[in-house]
Ligand binder design. Structure first.
Ligand SMILES: Cc1ncc(COP(=O)(O)O)c(C=O)c1O
Length: 472
């Protein structure tokens, strides 16, 4: 097997919990079939998210020790802001404690009620923050991006036709800017090509619309451009990143992904008026403009992480490991989104559990069964997360896909551990017929997937007794 080579050696290890199946059954019931509610001490392999779960490097840990904790104008902020300005090229750098805080601040200063924000696909917190302002989050990804079996190099691309249709329908009164999520997390971690970014940028700038990137996985997007797009093979990751961001006017960023840290984020803007209002709000919500909800040491670790993530060998390994994981799943006949994304593989739960209809949350059923079978935690990206009422017709809208995301934390798990997960997914597929759908027992008013409690439909057992495959 041609395994990707780890360009680092291990200096510190952490024992992982091994939990019996009977304990897992009890925990799952207690958690209302929502794996967000299960203690991490009861999780063997945690693929819930790649966000804030990276292993930091020795240089990042060293940066923590030398972080400057001055309240105002610390040297750690200078390093943070200089690194970001050098890479992204935007005028204003506004530190926030994580990505959604950057989104919340940006949307609060730019969105009126009934405004419309087009994006390839809004991530859940982005959608929720847009809607919290009474605005509409409009997804405009290309048709290929909605077909889970289609092999296409850039399934995260924005459809220019959909964007044009949105412009025709809502016009400049309603649309204050356009967003582009790189890579497109909710659509399977799929990249956006530079050709597409350029076209979207031209579209926006011809209409005086700022283009704002959701930049969480910008380096992974650049890696895909280098490997898949004609004309970029000989360019460095840094060159591609700079070319990308030069086409936009700002970005929101969760540093918990491609800045390789456990907490942090920022908002970048070119527009002075928006930046001024955002900074005022930052002081109210997050903190002084040179720390914005983070410690000085966090700023220092982010600056170091942003330098490290540009390393081609690191990206080749990281994305190679995820691709290898996808190949293992495919080998076990687990239906997955193709091609495999940058930070995660996505199981197609509608294909895996065809007997469970969307109102019974097939992807949540798969997620719960995977925990039950192997102590592995993934996350549902389907109806539990995205079902919503159409703001115009009031009808319930189900997402186009029911996915289980298995996100791979950066520099954390080994090939053997991911092989174990692939095998566990295969067991869930095998026991599919014996799994029952779920229904909501309790839900909060927004972002329900984080805390909702569910139960098997019609009061039955989640797994038909005696039929499951025993292995613990
Ligand atoms: C594409 C995208 N945007 C925004 C966010 C929100 O970032 P955070 O979790 O730091 O608030 C995430 C987090 O997973 C994401 O994947």
């Amino acid at each position: 097997m041609d395994l990707p080579f780890e360009p680092y050696r291990i200096k510190v290890v952490e024992r992982i919990p091994l939990i019996s199946r009977s304990e897992r059954i009890t925990l799952l019931k207690k958690a209302g079939y929502n794996v967000f509610r299960i203690p991490s001490d009861a999780i063997t392999i945690d693929l819930l998210t790649d966000s804030g779960t990276s292993a930091m490097s020795d240089k990042q840990w060293a940066a923590l020790m030398t972080g400057d904790e001055a309240y105002a104008c610390s040297r750690s902020f200078d390093d943070f802001a200089d690194t970001i300005r050098n890479l992204f090229g935007y005028k204003h750098v506004i530190p926030t404690h994580q990505g959604r805080a950057a989104e919340g601040i940006l949307f609060s200063v730019t969105l009126q009620k009934n405004a419309v924000v087009p994006n390839n696909i809004h991530f859940d917190t982005t959608r929720a923050n847009v809607e919290h302002c009474g605005a509409i989050a409009l997804d405009c990804v290309v048709e290929e991006g909605l077909d889970p079996t289609l092999e296409h190099p850039f399934k995260g691309n924005m459809s220019l036709a959909r964007l044009e249709a949105a412009w025709q329908k809502y016009g400049p009164e309603k649309i204050p800017f356009v967003m582009l999520t790189i890579t497109n997390n909710s659509g399977g971690g799929q990249p956006v090509s530079l050709a597409n970014i350029r076209k979207v940028s031209e579209f926006c700038h011809a209409r005086n619309l700022p283009l704002i990137f959701d930049a969480c996985r910008f380096a992974e997007n650049a890696y895909f451009i280098k490997m898949r797009e004609e004309g970029y093979r000989d360019k460095s990751i840094e060159e591609i990143v700079k070319e990308t961001f030069a086409l936009g006017d700002g970005c929101t960023m969760s540093a918990k992904k491609d800045a390789l840290v456990n907490i942090g984020g920022f908002l970048c803007l070119n527009r002075d008026d928006w930046a001024e209002e955002a900074t005022n709000l930052l002081i109210l919500r997050e903190g002084f403009p040179t720390y914005g909800g983070m410690a000085g040491r966090d700023l220092a670790a982010i600056a170091q992480g942003l330098r490290e993530v540009l390393d081609f060998e690191y990206l080749k390994y990281q994305i190679g490991q995820v691709a290898q994981f996808g190949e293992a799943l495919a080998r076990y006949d687990v239906p997955i989104i193709k091609p495999v994304g940058g930070h995660a593989t996505y199981v197609d739960a509608m294909a895996a559990l065809p007997h469970i209809p969307q109102p019974q949350f097939p992807a949540q059923v798969f997620t719960a069964a995977l925990y039950l079978e192997a102590g592995v935690r993934g996350v549902e990206i389907g109806s539990l997360m995205f079902e919503h009422k159409d703001p115009e017709t009031g009808e319930i809208v189900y997402p186009a896909m029911e996915l289980v995301r298995l996100a791979v934390p950066r520099r954390v798990y080994t090939h053997t551990q991911l092989e174990y997960v692939a095998e566990a997914c295969a067991r869930v597929v095998t026991m599919a017929d014996h799994l029952r759908g779920l229904e909501i027992e309790w839900e909060p008013p927004t972002l329900r997937h984080f805390t909702a409690r569910l139960r098997p439909v019609a009061g039955g057992e989640f797994v038909a007794e005696g039929d499951r495959i025993q292995k613990s």
